[in-house]
Ligand binder design. Structure first.
Ligand code: FMN
Length: 180
């Protein structure tokens, strides 16, 4: 199924604590799940007790060229299990440090969804910063690991987005992954 010539192997690390109640992330996930070069790693399903298998996660990272982190924006950051995943998996000697070069040269794409409208994520808006600015800790984490940061995909307005705009965002996400 995977490893077709000229296609990057893509690992989508999805972190949503209640995917069955999700609108945006569920729609985005459904748009990309059948792509032949995509492996989905649904963290909250894989680790209901939060005992992350770091060695297994590291193997999956090594086996893929593009790493996608997909999650709802929670307090201007990731849901907690994705932070736990970072803390356990991006270990010294693997992701950073003199011999920690496993992730060097891999592309990293953040795909996130917000409750706030796009206008609220600006200098003059309620959230004072763009989502891209607020993603700085993840961007610097990627940089320290030698990964190549891709322009994030942000789908705004969980309760206000139209079905049409959500379908468009899902289709663009699918096209983007197919093109990487
Ligand atoms: C604990 C928590 C924290 C949240 N923090 C933010 C936030 O900082 N900014 C924001 O725009 N929305 C925030 N939201 C709203 C979610 O981002 C929004 O409900 C989610 O992206 C919708 O995606 P879904 O349909 O896949 O659940 C938060 C929601 C929860 C439950």
């Amino acid at each position: 199924m995977r490893y077709e010539k000229n296609m990057s192997n893509i690992l989508v690390v999805l972190a949503h604590p209640n995917l069955s109640a999700s609108k945006l992330n569920k729609t985005l996930k459904e748009a990309i799940i059948d792509l032949p070069n995509v492996t989905l790693n649904d963290l909250y399903t894989s680790y209901p007790t939060w005992q992350i298998d770091a060695a297994h996660e590291q193997q999956m990272l090594v086996a893929n060229d593009v790493i996608v982190l997909q999650f709802p924006f929670y307090w201007y950051s990731t849901p907690a299990l994705l932070k736990e995943w970072q803390d356990k998996v991006l270990a010294w000697g693997f992701a950073f440090g003199t011999e920690g070069t496993a992730l060097v040269g891999k592309k990293i794409l953040v795909v996130t969804t917000t409750g706030g409208a796009q206008e609220s994520y600006s200098e003059t808006g309620q959230n004072k910063h763009t989502v891209e600015e607020l993603l700085l800790p993840l961007r610097q984490t990627a940089s320290l690991c030698g990964m190549i940061w891709q322009t994030p995909v942000v789908v705004h307005g969980a309760t206000t987005i139209s079905d049409e705009d959500l379908a468009k965002a899902a289709s663009e996400y699918q096209k983007l992954l197919a093109s990487l």
